[in-house]
Design a protein around this ligand. Structure first.
Ligand code: ATP
Ligand code: MG
Length: 412
């Protein structure tokens, strides 16, 4: 361990990467606003029970991935591994049930103790949405269409595929669970140790196993779609029809389950083949029972979350960079400080080299891709003027100070 290295599974977003990261967030939020979503910012840690009771104790996240600790007054706290439980908790604590339907967007760091790999970190970032208070399938259609729209705005439309499934209502899921357990029970010798345990406690999650032998067993398992009751089937049909009307292409995948326990009906993932094993960029589903189960007023919900690092790796766009103006003082240092402040307050991006002769400062101006240099020569300054050099054309002219902002406006 070297304390000069970032902690395993964490990474620094150095300026270039930070700019991409923020751009991805901004593009996403900009699209989400058009659908009426507003931002919610919840704490990065919560009481451990917010997650342990609600995500499902047999899920990977709760059973082995949480960063939990006891604080100095003995409270059991956990760094949030995902966003939905905290948003649901905030909805209840904030008494927001008077304001339904509610459309919330969030972004920020999440923490999971996992084996770090490309696209898999211990501190990573998600952006996500939650739509609370709508029972009907229009909500499912809208949040999935929003996800597709965001991915399109990021230029990823052709890199991703929407996979969709229905987990049905509780009754459908119970029927399916029985059928699945009966099937798996006959093939215990082929199942991994993890899946044997899942079979006892949460059999649907066997479908999600990444173990090769498990996958072979799962390939012939009964299909959820054959166990949906009429109501669940109708809901699923409505979602598919709505997505067709919204122009969002869908691939049905009846093995798709979600890693957390609170989901029902709609489950979906946008996957890519461009990131190796970490193929899911955005995932979500409907969670009608969650808020009630947490002790709040029964409130339906649906949402999704996307990994910003995974989006960033796929995103080819460039953040627009403002080309600065560079001030070059020639024995007029205080004057340059004053002028730099004046121009920044007027909205210009201004760099002042900190030292060096004219040549060195011009080289630096080149390096920061400056648009123009403003040279404060002593003689010009005595005449209340500066020299402005267009660094693209090389043209230079003398500009009276009084007309400076006006003359510089073409370099914005
Ligand atoms: P996976 O199967 O990859 O572990 P998951 O089902 O645990 O994913 P979710 O809880 O659905 O993931 O999180 C939604 C999204 O957040 C994922 O699709 C992914 O883009 C991102 N994500 C999840 N865990 C990590 C991580 N450890 N590092 C980076 N991104 C992550
Ligand atoms: Mg995971």
């Amino acid at each position: 361990m070297s304390v000069l290295q970032p902690v395993r599974g964490t990474h620094d977003l150095l300026p270039d990467e930070a700019r991409r990261h923020r751009l991805v967030e901004e593009i996403a939020f900009d699209v989400a606003r058009r659908y009426g979503f507003g931002e919610i910012i919840t704490p990065i840690f919560e009481f451990t029970e917010v997650f342990s009771r609600n995500l499902g104790e047999t899920t990977d996240v709760v059973s082995k991935e949480m960063y939990s600790f006891t604080d100095r007054s003995g409270e059991g706290l956990t760094l949030r591994p995902e966003g939905t439980a905290g948003v649901a908790r905030a909805f209840i604590s904030g008494g927001l049930s008077q304001h339904l339907p509610l459309k919330l967007f969030y972004r920020g760091p999440m923490f999971r103790y996992e084996r770090p790999q490309k696209g898999r970190l211990r501190q990573f970032h998600q952006l996500g949405v939650e739509l609370l208070g709508v029972e009907g399938s229009q909500a499912d259609v809208e949040v999935i269409a929003l996800a597709a729209h965001i991915l399109e705005a990021l230029g990823l439309k052709d890199n991703v595929r929407l996979e969709l499934n229905s987990l049905g209502d509780a009754a459908s899921r119970a029927n399916y669970r029985d059928a699945l357990v009966a099937y798996l029970s006959g093939r215990k010798d082929q199942l991994s140790k993890d899946s044997l345990e899942r079979m006892e406690r949460n059999p649907l999650r066997v479908l999600d196993s990444k173990d090769e032998s498990d996958r072979q067993v799962v390939a012939d398992a009964p299909l959820m779609q054959d166990y949906l009751n009429d109501e669940s089937r109708r809901f699923f049909d409505e979602v598919q029809n709505g997505l067709a009307a919204a122009g969002v292409p869908v691939t049905l995948n009846s093995r798709l389950v979600r890693g957390l326990d609170y989901y029902c009906h709609t489950a979906f993932e946008f996957t890519t083949t461009a990131l190796g094993a970490q193929g899911t960029v955005l995932a979500g589903g409907r969670y009608d029972g969650l808020i009630g189960q947490m002790g709040g007023p029964a409130t339906p919900g649906i949402g999704w979350a996307a990994g910003i690092e995974r989006l960033s790796m796929l995103f080819a766009g460039e953040a627009p960079v403002v080309r600065p103006l560079v001030l070059i003082p020639m024995g007029t240092a205080d004057a340059a400080v004053g002028l730099a402040q004046r121009l920044r307050h007027a909205g210009f991006t201004v760099e002042t080299g900190y030292s060096g002769n004219m040549k060195k400062r011009l080289a630096r101006a080149n390096k920061v891709n400056a648009r123009a240099a403003i040279i404060l020569g002593e003689e010009e300054w005595a005449r209340q003027a500066v020299a402005v050099r267009d660094l693209d054309s090389g043209e230079q002219e003398e500009v009276p100070l009084a007309a400076l902002e006006d003359r510089l406006s073409r370099f914005r």
